[in-house]
Design a binder for this molecule. Structure first.
Ligand code: ZN
Length: 115
């Protein structure tokens, strides 16, 4: 399991095929389209129906980690007010939501991929 391949959202089997449609920007608010199968090795990404429901737990974990990191940096290091720190956290989480979605699904695919 290579971190670089996860961050590039590449297929766990061939490390070449893209899991998501690449023609969307990082901070767009369109839900990214997932390929059903890898276009290089034909690996099916959604193993069974409802497979990605579990990825919501991963997404939750990523979001909580981001929340804590941003909050600690702004409130305890930069010493902004509680309200400002909270608003920054909310802004960061909204901006990162699409990235979190893609990251959570990719991690979930890697977690359940057996060679
Ligand atoms: Zn592949």
């Amino acid at each position: 399991m290579s971190l670089i391949n996860i961050l590039k959202f590449k297929c766990p089997k061939c490390k070449e095929g893209a899991i998501f449609n690449s023609n969307h920007q990082l901070f767009s608010f369109h839900v990214p389209k997932m390929h059903t199968r890898c276009d290089k090795c034909n690996l099916k990404f959604e193993k069974e129906s409802g497979f990605f429901i579990g990825a919501m737990y991963v997404s939750y974990g990523i979001t909580v980690a981001e929340f804590l990191m941003v909050f600690i940096i702004f409130y305890f290091v930069l010493k902004v007010s509680l309200l400002t720190a909270f608003m920054v956290v909310v802004g960061v989480i909204i901006l990162a939501s699409i990235l979190n979605f893609k990251l959570a699904r990719t991690l979930w695919i890697y977690l359940f991929y057996n060679k």
